[in-house]
Design a binder for this molecule. Sequence first.
Ligand SMILES: NC(=O)c1ccc[n+]([C@@H]2O[C@H](COP(=O)([O-])OP(=O)(O)OC[C@H]3O[C@@H](n4cnc5c(N)ncnc54)[C@H](O)[C@@H]3O)[C@@H](O)[C@H]2O)c1
Ligand SMILES: O=P(O)(O)OC[C@H](O)CO
Length: 323
Amino acid sequence: MKIGVIGGGAWGTALAAVAARGGEVLLWAREPEVVAAINADHANPLFLPGVALSPAIRATGALGDLAGVDALLVVAPAQHVGRVLAETPVGATPLVMCAKGIEAGTRRLVGEVAHAAHPGAPIAVLSGPTFAHEVAAGLPTAVTLACEDSDLQARLAARLAGPAFRPYASTDVMGAEIGGAVKNVLAIACGVVEGAGLGQNARAALIARGFAEMTRFGLARGARAETLAGLSGLGDLVLTCSSTSSRNFSLGVGLGRGESAATLLADRRTVAEGAFTAPVLVEAARDVEVDMPIVEAVCRLLDGAEVRAVTRDLLSRPLRDEV
Ligand SMILES: NC(=O)c1ccc[n+]([C@@H]2O[C@H](COP(=O)([O-])OP(=O)(O)OC[C@H]3O[C@@H](n4cnc5c(N)ncnc54)[C@H](O)[C@@H]3O)[C@@H](O)[C@H]2O)c1
Ligand SMILES: O=P(O)(O)OC[C@H](O)CO
């Protein structure tokens, strides 16, 4: 199975490294310097510095070159997936969605964006607690690999699995997507707690109450509770809410210290998906009449509200049952 990868950021490159253990990989990158570095030096110093890549990974700047691969891993940032896929020859090639987010305007998860662009292509979702640099270093990692077609799921899992990379099977594509999209927003909230010095109790409370929000929203959208409690939901939430290795958590730390979102986002080359997902998630939650106060609080903080005011409002909401 020849694997194509769309996106030469940290995660696209790390996944290319995973796939290269089992055969040929063709990676599309937007930046000509990334294409050149992968082909000439077997490295991606721009997005995944310090990692030696396999010569089995070839890079291209032309999406048309991806015609003829057997499966495509889609690893462009969520807001760009639709446009990039529109220019990619896909046909009936399976699309494995590895980006985490919801498209602004359409309120579609990336799998839904892909299906709209290429209705003939089977959709799978690969998601879980996966810092790219750890995966690239060969550290043990487990993910959810969801696909409604169990035979295709098994073929993809066999192609990507390795001694330190373990995909678990699921048919719950919606559940696998929702966990990854929502946890990015909640990680910003946990970063704010860290940056503002609000303490470890507050962070644990946000993880637990954030998981309640993720579960309410996921169930309303047809996800299964056990998927949300698994690797792609709770697993990724815990990882991303506990580490400055997370770009979303780090963005929150800056907000918690009183820096503006505009400045923090302008200063980065890498993507913090939660900043783009938060406002559209608020709209998507209203569509299904689900209350997501922490997600709404993150939106206010991104819009410039003061941490003290947002915290006070969250804590003074009417008392309620936990479940
Ligand atoms: N980095 C991780 O550890 C990790 C792990 C799991 C999932 N993800 C998800 O993977 C996706 C990609 O993240 P990443 O970490 O690989 O990216 P990155 O932050 O390392 O790099 C940014 C990427 O955005 C691309 N980009 C910027 N502007 C673009 C445009 N106009 N059109 C197309 N692409 C554009 C760049 O080419 C680059 O590939 C995100 O949805 C992220 O949430 C990341
Ligand atoms: O750095 P983040 O916050 O985008 O998180 C990376 C991955 O999604 C963790 O699973």
